[in-house]
Design a protein around this ligand. Sequence first.
Ligand SMILES: [Zn+2]
Length: 75
Amino acid sequence: MKTEDKRIICNCCGKVIGEKAGIPREEFLHVEKEWGYFSGKDGEIQEFDICETCYDKWVKNFQIPVRTIEVTEFV
Ligand SMILES: [Zn+2]
């Protein structure tokens, strides 16, 4: 059993985000994509985790900014 398997690591910068068994220390983006017939990766599942710092840098490069929706708590 490798210890690396239990850790959530940012694929972009290599920072340890948290432990899978416990509660992650910070928010992160998890992406899992099963590529289909029309891609060059048919039948492959790819996944990665991105920490918030790298996420912010990543979305800044988008031509169209991400849509932000304020979450309102109804009491
Ligand atoms: Zn990162």
